[in-house]
Ligand binder design. Structure first.
Ligand SMILES: C[S@@+](CC[C@H](N)C(=O)[O-])C[C@H]1O[C@@H](n2cnc3c(N)ncnc32)[C@H](O)[C@@H]1O
Length: 233
């Protein structure tokens, strides 16, 4: 993951070593009250490797790289896995109609408090406007939602209007597909395991084609990779 403003998930106070999360499902949401824990949090993969998480960005506004990716988007925009609503707020400030969807109750509460309209739902649940969204966003590692980019992109293709665009943040260009169980840890507390994935830009392009989406552009901006996909007319 290039940058992670992960929803740090301490709805329930698990101890590291707790039971594994079985099957696909939403990543648990942030803590009660929506406050992320302070620094020192990591994402642990099933193989034991860990990645530090940048929790300071949790409440931060969309950064310049993200704002550039929003340039030129037409609404309505659906932000999938919208977390605290940073992108929905940025779109609203440009008078672009946008809706967030997130499976985490605390993330949704925080987003709505910030004035970012957000539905508490999985992206795989029935959603309003299916087949009519002009743009769908999967930023900040959210291509990992559900643990497999293929069904996620098929779902995105259903959500998009003809000629609609999906902006997907990926790993570096030449990275392959990795699917793994993951959990968030801080000190001796942790979330349940959830299925997650990461994929490089070129590999994502192949997955997108199988989902019926055309690759319009692959670009790198300050070390972050994005793929713009389009649903054919
Ligand atoms: C890495 S965070 C990204 C937060 C946000 N996009 C940002 O940039 O601040 C991933 C988000 O995806 C949400 N999520 C996980 N599984 C989901 C699902 N099946 N449907 C919708 N949201 C989901 C999590 O609750 C979490 O808020």
């Amino acid at each position: 993951m290039t940058r992670t403003t992960f929803c740090l998930a301490f709805d329930r106070d698990h101890r590291a070593g707790g039971r594994a999360h079985r099957g696909p499902g939403p990543m648990p949401g942030p803590g009660v009250g929506g406050s992320p824990p302070a620094g020192g949090s990591v994402m642990r993969h099933g193989d034991g490797t860990t990645h530090p998480l940048d929790v300071r960005a949790w409440s931060a506004p969309a950064d310049p790289v993200e704002l550039r990716r929003l340039d030129g988007l037409d609404g309505p925009v659906l932000d999938v896995g919208s977390g605290p609503g940073r992108l929905v707020v940025a779109l609203a400030e440009r008078a672009i109609p946008a809706l967030g969807v997130d499976a985490s109750p605390a993330a949704v509460a925080l987003a709505n408090e910030r004035g970012a309209p957000t539905l508490r739902r999985s992206v795989f649940d029935p959603l309003p406007g299916t087949g009519r969204w002009r743009a769908v966003l999967l930023f900040d590692g959210n291509i990992g939602i559900g643990g497999d980019p293929a069904p996620l992109l098929r779902r995105v293709a259903q959500l998009l209007a003809p000629a609609g665009r999906a902006i997907v943040e990926t790993g570096r260009a030449d990275a392959g597909l990795e699917r793994y169980p993951a959990r968030i840890e801080r000190g001796d507390r942790c979330t349940e395991w959830f299925p997650w994935a990461s994929v490089g830009a070129h590999h994502l392009a192949a997955v997108a084609s199988d989902a019926g989406l055309d690759v319009h552009e692959i670009l790198c901006d300050h070390g972050r990779w994005f793929v713009e996909l389009r649903r054919p007319r």
